[in-house]
Ligand binder design. Sequence first.
Ligand SMILES: *Cc1c(COP(=O)(O)O)cnc(C)c1O
Length: 371
Amino acid sequence: MKRVFNFSAGPSMLPLEVLKKAGAEITDANGTGQSVMEMSHRSKDYKPIIEKTETLLRELMNIPANYRVLFLQGGASLQFAMIPLNLAGVENGAPHKKAIYVDTGVWADKAIKEAAKYVDVDVVASSRNKGYVVIPDAPPPPQGAALYHITLNNTIVGTKWDKLPETGNVPLVADASSCILSEPLDVAKFGAIYAGAQKNLGPAGTTVVIIREDLVGNAPSWTPTMLRYDIHAKEGSMYNTPPCYSIYIIGLVLEWVKEQGGVETIAKRNREKAGLLYDYLDNSKTFLSPIEKASRSLMNIPFVYRSVSEDKKPDLEKRFVQEAAKEGLVNLAGHRLVGGMRASIYNAMPIEGVQALIDFMERFEKEIKDN
Ligand SMILES: *Cc1c(COP(=O)(O)O)cnc(C)c1O
């Protein structure tokens, strides 16, 4: 069996144990004589699968009882619309409510632009003029704002919020797509947390939304049915057919997280993995991390050449990515918007993968110095 170390930002690596279990059950899950893919979402065979997935997520993230857990579709990108519509949307003609946003990169900016179509958006802080290499100081929201949105981990630039903003009574909402389950999170500090599954939770197709009960049911009457949290909450994420198979795999991933020792253990391992790579970059004569130390992501680690002329850069970046791929270290190109290189090291990336990358980078440094 050939397996590579996949450094893709998403969809990304899944634990091998999970893939093997799914493989073993592909034609007959739990002695039902059916694949999970073939099951009716309303059948007695499927019900325990979605219930187990929710129970495990609640347990691993310590989700308080007054929060709902929803398994939706449309990716994190649809939450860019659902959050403002449900939390800050108003009946036609009524005065707008303020939705507060912090701009920390491409995904934050997309969330802002989408929200601005429906509600009154106020961007209270941005690190755009610093190339997003730092999380900006975030001021408290004005009284009466409907929500305060942050992007907890910025997948493309490689930053993360270390200290959450103080938002008082204003619900803090976080896009946690690329960091959910990477470290413990105090869910009670948030009004809502959402995450596309394809980075740390499972395959693409499911978006997990964790939302405080009092924030469900405030959508204006004109909100499209499929975009209303109250409908999905009332129907147990089964208003229509949910992404059944993706939810099943998320359940297997959550079982794996639990077997590893839970989120604390995973976080310790993530800090170790990221620490190895940042230490290497900070001491390298060839590469560097452009991100300010206090804002560095544990999940997405971009790096660039330290002192290469602009004209040589594209070729050298390409060569790095290609030679790494030959050694089974794949998807190391930076996001098309920012260039450079990027290693995404989500929960399923073993420490051996990070060490193999560092070993390769050491050899590559020598090689380009020698010729
Ligand atoms: C990947 C990503 C998204 C987009 O997710 P989709 O599920 O493709 O819509 C949004 N926000 C963040 C932080 C991401 O990493």
